[in-house]
Design a protein around this ligand. Structure first.
Ligand code: FMN
Length: 379
């Protein structure tokens, strides 16, 4: 582990719309399936996020804006009053610990299962996820999703906008629209999952329309300075094969460039990669970059800090890290001090409930003084 210079750009403050971020390290959205069966956030989630409040910004895990958008059992939701009340306990805990938080709005589209949501998933075209999917009864074959009608598209956009209002009512500073990682908006953008012949299919400009209209509706609902957009160019996760990646992202940036969004969030970001550089150069707003750590196989010992510093030096404004925040509630303090990081344990798995592998990663202080309890929030 190398020593981090405390004057690294990562620790410089940043103004994000109305928010003052004390540093540039962002906790990436991380699905951990610790909500109740009804999608209501649990007290252990409040503890988890409050432990990580020193992040410049926390982006809370993918949260479904409506019932059919649910990916897995025990992911949180934000479309009923009890969801808002549950999230309010989380944002209050983070606020009390001095943190700032956005909520990621995630509609899974075909990444879902009737055993998880009670409903047949929907998607731009009736094409099943080419993988099994995790359900409470174990992994199950995916089902063929129902092709969305024009009415479905309109009502889903309205659901995103209402979910954003709910998120603000729950105390979030803003929301991140999830157009990455093979979720519904990405399914519309990719050629292999969108075979539509209406205004939402065909050319790249037509395939990005749904994501752009969603971002616009959400921005209209709560103000563009409270809305981020997450993309994952060329990422093949969840059976995505975009086809014309080099057309999709310029078309998307054309369609959302004038909205005045709070930020664009790109994974996997690599300053040597031409498409990333093009996106960086074409985007005039705040750029959040989640470094591409895939070449290193396992998580590097510095958790992605040096890759993040390279991205900052090449024009990114904010650096999002995922697994390093799973294992290190005090990632910011550890990175600033050049202290070793906790490695990610196996139990970090998305599908394991409970506090183990979730709220039991020690802080530097707790490691030095075992008698000091980690911050706990109840109720
Ligand atoms: C357990 C786990 C859950 C994740 N859940 C989400 C999610 O809800 N939404 C999302 O956009 N990305 C999700 N991701 C991707 C992360 O946000 C991040 O992009 C990825 O881990 C790469 O960053 P890292 O190399 O710093 O971990 C998840 C990743 C992991 C490991």
């Amino acid at each position: 582990m190398t020593n981090a210079p405390a004057d690294s750009g990562l620790f410089a403050p940043f103004r994000l719309g109305p928010l003052h971020l004390p540093n540039r390290l962002v906790m990436a959205p991380l699905t951990r399936t610790r909500a109740g069966a009804d999608g209501v956030p649990t007290p252990m989630m409040a503890t988890h996020y409050a432990q990580r409040a020193s992040a410049g910004l926390i982006i809370a895990e993918g949260t479904t804006p409506n019932a059919v958008g649910r990916t897995y059992a025990n992911i949180p939701a934000i479309h009923r009053p009890e969801h808002v009340a549950g999230w309010r306990r989380v944002t209050d805990a983070v606020d009390a610990a001095g943190g700032r938080m956005f909520l990621q709005l995630q509609h899974g589209g075909r990444v879902g299962h009737p055993d998880n949501s009670g409903l047949t998933p929907v998607s731009p075209s009736p094409l099943a996820l080419p993988e099994t999917i995790h359900t409470p009864a174990g992994r199950r074959p995916s089902v063929v999703p129902r092709e969305m009608t024009a009415d479905d598209i309109r009502s889903t956009i309205a659901d995103f906008a209402q979910a954003a209002r709910n998120a603000v009512a729950a105390g979030f500073a803003g929301v991140e629209v999830h157009a990455a990682n093979g979720m519904l908006l990405h399914q519309f953008m990719a050629q292999n999952t969108n075979r539509r012949t209406d205004a939402y299919g065909g050319s790249a400009a037509a395939r990005v329309r749904f994501a752009a209209e969603t971002a616009r509706a959400v921005a209209d609902a709560i103000g563009p300075e409270r809305v981020g957009l997450r993309i994952s160019p060329a990422n093949t996760v969840n059976g995505i094969d975009e086809g014309d990646t080099d057309h999709i992202y310029p078309a998307l940036l054309d369609a959302v460039g004038d909205l005045g969004l709070a930020y664009l969030h790109v994974l996997f970001a690599d300053p040597d990669q031409p498409l990333y550089r093009r996106i960086r150069d074409d985007w005039s707003g705040v750029l959040m970059a989640n470094p591409d750590l895939r070449r290193s196989g396992t998580l590097p010992a510095d958790g992605g800090r040096s890759a993040g510093e390279r991205l900052l030096a090449s024009g990114a404004d904010l650096i999002a890290l995922g697994r390093a925040f799973i294992a290190n509630p005090d990632l910011v303090e550890r990175s600033r001090a050049g202290a070793p990081l906790n490695p990610v344990r196996e139990e970090y798995s998305m599908y394991v409930g409970g506090e183990t592998g979730y709220n039991d990663y020690p802080t530097l202080d707790a490691t030095a003084d075992r008698s000091r309890p980690v911050l706990s929030v109840t109720g």
